[in-house]
Design a protein around this ligand. Sequence first.
Ligand code: UT7
Length: 324
Amino acid sequence: MSYAKITGTGGYLPPRIVTNDELAADLATRGIETSDTWIVERTGIRQRHIADAGVTTSMLATRAAQAAIDNAGLTAQDIDLIIVATSTPDFIFPSTACLVQANLGAVGGPAFDVQAVCSGFVYALVTADALIQAGRARHAVVIGAEVFSGILDWSDRGTCVLFGDGAGAVVLSASDTPGIVGAKLNADGSQMGILCAAGSVANGHVTGDPFLRMDGQAVFKLAVHALVRSAHEVCEQAGIDLDEIDWMVPHQANIRILNFISRKLGIPDDKVIITLDKHANTSAASVPLALDVAHRDGRIRPGHLVLLQGVGGGFTWGSVLARM
Ligand code: UT7
């Protein structure tokens, strides 16, 4: 039995930045009214990165994965497990993880996708942790990657201003000392309707509605309660007090959600990593992207205890406590 530790992080954002003002001007040409003021006040988002036409999730995921592998001081040949969390895969099949494996030149180990929408990275990390602890892998790459711009209804101002594209990744390696010290995953499928893209492909046609739809207020209420409870549960399970947490790396959906959760938990604002002002909500990519930013700028250091939290469609949510 081995422990699993995060040994490298990486991120990649498509280069095109769209500010709130640029987005508002573009929407105005189609008679849709929004503003930088509304978006900043209600969400904290100031800009997002948007992939150009033809840029796919596997392309972003590969860049983030390679950065994480480099950061861990490894090569692609060392990687014996690849898990990609995404709701915007390149294809129906093969999985995005198999495409990433081929791009990296990391042949032979298992590669598969996890679908838990904005909680996907946390779900994938817990899956990789279990496989490493069971001795079935030594160096996993766990990626959250999305091209959400492709499933947005750009005539729905209630959703299209909220999301962006990007990818984040970690290398999770077998270790003699504890790394992932706690994990709690949950889902409530009865709430599927409040956040979904309920389309499918059959007989060569799209059926249903392939665009993201959200009841923002319902998601907001469920998210705050689920994540506060989840933080308490994961800490209790690991025998850790909330005040021992050095950094909170939450899913980046709305600054008001993050402030509500951190205040309820008594975690000071300066211990919460925020990237949503620059990245917007990148779904499964948001947690590993935020982790990578704070790891690379030196805030998150070896030995620090980090609370990672995801929440999103399904309805899904989860927390991981990681000792770096
Ligand atoms: O990643 C998965 C997790 N997702 C989330 O956590 C999202 C959770 N929900 C939220 O973040 C918020 O509910 C939103 C940001 C989506 C919306 O904020 P809100 O404070 O709940 O606004 P609202 O939906 O109650 O809308 C308030 C008003 C409405 O106008 P009326 O009916 O009061 O006249 C909307 O039509 O704001 C209007 N509105 C907008 N106005 C300008 C909605 N979107 C926009 C917009 N620009 N983009």
